[in-house]
Design a protein around this ligand. Structure first.
Ligand SMILES: Cc1cc2nc3c(=O)[nH]c(=O)nc-3n(C[C@H](O)[C@H](O)[C@H](O)COP(=O)(O)OP(=O)(O)OC[C@H]3O[C@@H](n4cnc5c(N)ncnc54)[C@H](O)[C@@H]3O)c2cc1C
Length: 457
C-alpha cells in the first residue's frame, strides 16, 4: 500500500461517523486503538426545524455499535494503518504514484516514486485506486471524468472549540438546527472536550467566511439562535476552515485489473456525512469480493464489476439524499410537521436518524404516506407564513423528486447516467483530470513475482 503522505496526516473533512461507519472501523480492527484516545461516544441526535419542531432520538444499533463518533484523521488514519500492517500489509508512506503499468490492456501494477524521488515498479494482480477525489489512479485508467455528477449548493464553514458541557447528555449529542435555508451542526470531536461547530449555508459563504471570519460567525449565530445558545460559553475557538467545492459524482470504478474505492470512485455531498463510512465499506467489500479470485483474471474482472454494481446500490439513495439536502431552500412546512410528528409519536427510539445511520434508506424513512401526512398537517396547523399555494406546489415538487429516486432504485441499472430531476444538478464544467492519461506499457517486461494487490493511498 502506497501513500504519498506520512501519517498522521490531515484531510479536509468534518469526520463525523454514524453508527454504521463506526462499525466499519470495528470490522477493520481499528476501533480499539481509536478508543484509546477516549473519543466521546454520541448516542443522541437532536434535530430542530425553525425552532418550531424538535426531536431527540437514539441511533439504531449497527452490529454492537449504537453511537456516533467524530475522530480527526490524524488519530483515525494511524489506527487504520496499524491495523493494515497487523493484517500483513506492507504500508509505504511518502510513496507517490507515478503511473499505472499495463500489459495487453490490463493494469498489472504501478510505478511509484519514494520520498527521495527514486522510481520503481511493483507488479500486482489488482491495482486499487483509493486516492481520493483528485484520484491519480482514476486519471491513469481513463475514468476521471464522472459519468454522473451533481453540483453542490451548500458549502462548509467550521471550527473547533472546548465544550463546557463535555460529559453531559448535551455534550454527547449530535445537533442539527435547520433555520430558513441554512443548517447549523454541532457534535463532540476527539480529543477530550473538543467539539466541532459547522454551518452549511450557500457554497459562496465559504469565501465570505474566509474574508471576515468573526463577522461571518456572528452573522450565522444570529441566524441560528438555538445553536448560539448551545455554543455560548465554549472556549479556545480555532480559526475557521471552509470549502465550497464538494460536487458529487460517480466514476466508472472497475476495469481489467483495476478498481477505484472510496472517494476515488464516488463522492456525495458532505451535508449528510456519509463519505468515510462509504469509503470504509467499499474497501472492505472490495477485499471480500476480489480476494478469493485474485489468481483468475477473468473471474477477478467479473467480481470487480459485481462489486461496482453493489457499491452503486449501496450508495445511490444516499447520493440523492445528499443532493436534496445540499439544495439551498427554506425548511418546508411539510418537513417541520414530519419532525413534529416523529418527535411526539416515536419517543426517543430511532426514526429520522436512520437516513444518516444507514439503518434504512431515504425512501424507507420518508415514505409517500409520510410526505402526504406532513402536507396535510401543514395545511391544518398553518404553513408558517408561507402562502398555502406555495406549500402545496413545493410538496408536489418534492413528491416528484422522491418518486424519481424510487423509480431509479427499482430500475437497478448499471452506470445509470440519467438525471433525477430535482435531485441532480449536472455540472456544466466538470473538473479536469490531474494529468493527461499516459499509459506505461510493460508488454516487453517480464516479472517473476507479482504482489497480490497494490493500493495507491
Ligand atoms: C469538507 C468536507 C467535510 C466532510 N465531512 C465528512 C463527515 O463529517 N463525515 C464523513 O463520513 N465524511 C465526510 N466527508 C467525506 C470524507 O472526508 C471522504 O469521503 C473520505 O475522506 C474519503 O476517504 P478516502 O480514503 O476515499 O479518500 P481521502 O481521505 O481523500 O484519502 C486519499 C489518500 O490518498 C493519498 N493519495 C492521493 N494521491 C496520491 C498519490 N498520487 N500517490 C499516493 N497517495 C496518494 C492521500 O495522501 C490520502 O491519504 C467530508 C468531505 C469534505 C470535503
Amino acid at each position: 500500500m502506497l501513500d504519498r503522505s506520512r501519517f498522521p496526516s490531515d484531510q479536509m473533512s468534518t469526520h463525523l461517523l454514524f453508527p454504521d461507519g463506526v462499525n466499519e472501523l470495528r470490522m477493520m480492527g481499528a476501533l480499539d486503538g481509536i478508543h484509546a484516545s477516549n473519543p466521546t461516544r454520541s448516542p443522541w441526535l437532536q434535530l430542530s426545524t425553525n425552532g418550531e419542531a424538535e426531536l431527540l432520538e437514539r441511533w439504531r444499533q449497527s452490529g454492537p455499535i449504537d453511537y456516533c463518533m467524530c475522530v480527526p484523521r490524524t488519530i483515525q488514519d494511524i489506527e487504520l494503518v496499524t491495523s493494515a500492517r497487523a493484517a500483513g500489509a506492507d504500508v509505504r508512506e511518502r510513496h507517490r504514484l507515478v503511473g499505472v503499468l499495463w500489459r495487453g490492456g490490463r493494469a498489472v501494477g504501478v510505478r511509484y516514486a519514494d520520498a527521495d524521488g527514486n522510481q520503481d515498479d511493483i507488479e500486482a494482480k489488482l491495482v486499487i485506486g483509493a486516492d481520493g477525489r483528485r484520484s491519480s489512479v482514476a486519471s491513469e485508467v481513463g475514468a476521471f471524468r464522472p459519468y454522473r455528477a451533481s453540483r453542490n449548493g451548500r458549502g462548509l464553514v467550521f471550527r473547533y472549540a472546548d465544550d463546557p458541557m463535555y460529559g453531559t447528555r448535551e455534550g454527547k449529542t449530535i445537533y442539527q438546527w435547520r433555520d430558513g435555508d441554512s443548517i447549523g451542526f454541532m457534535f463532540p470531536s476527539a480529543p477530550g472536550p473538543k467539539m466541532l461547530m459547522l454551518f452549511m449555508g450557500a457554497a459562496e459563504e465559504a469565501t465570505e467566511a474566509m474574508n471576515d471570519q468573526e463577522g461571518y460567525w456572528q452573522r450565522k449565530l444570529a441566524e441560528h439562535p438555538q445553536m448560539a445558545e448551545r455554543v455560548a460559553g465554549c472556549t479556545d475557538l480555532t480559526k475557521l476552515r471552509a470549502t465550497g467545492d464538494t460536487s458529487a459524482y460517480f466514476r466508472a470504478s472497475s476495469g481489467p485489473g483495476w478498481a477505484l474505492a472510496g472517494d476515488a470512485g464516488h463522492f456525495k455531498d458532505p451535508v449528510i456525512g456519509q463519505g468515510q463510512r462509504d469509503a470504509l465499506w467499499s474497501g472492505r467489500r472490495l477485499a471480500e469480493v476480489a480476494g478469493p479470485v485474485l489468481d483468475d483474471p477473468g473471474e477477478l474482472d467479473l467480481a470487480l464489476r459485481r462489486w461496482e454494481r453493489e457499491r452503486d446500490m449501496e450508495c445511490v439513495h444516499a447520493y440523492h439524499f445528499g443532493n436534496i439536502e445540499t439544495e439551498i431552500k427554506p425548511v418546508s412546512p411539510v418537513l417541520v410537521e414530519i419532525v413534529r410528528r416523529s418527535g411526539r409519536s416515536r419517543g426517543d427510539g430511532p426514526d429520522i436518524g436512520d437516513v444518516f445511520g444507514r439503518g434504512r434508506t431515504l425512501p424507507q424513512v420518508l415514505t409517500i404516506p409520510r410526505l402526504i401526512g406532513g402536507l396535510s398537517d401543514a395545511l391544518r396547523r398553518g404553513t408558517g407564513g408561507e402562502p398555502v399555494g406555495a406549500t402545496v406546489r413545493g410538496a408536489i415538487a418534492d413528491l416528484k423528486v422522491h418518486l424519481g429516486v424510487r423509480q431509479e432504485l427499482l430500475g437497478r441499472r448499471f452506470r445509470y447516467s440519467g438525471v433525477v430531476v430535482g435531485s441532480e444538478h449536472p455540472d456544466p464544467k466538470p473538473p479536469a483530470p490531474t494529468r493527461p492519461v499516459a499509459r506505461i506499457s510493460t508488454d516487453l517486461i517480464v516479472h517473476d513475482n507479482p504482489t497480490e494487490t497494490v493500493i495507491s493511498a
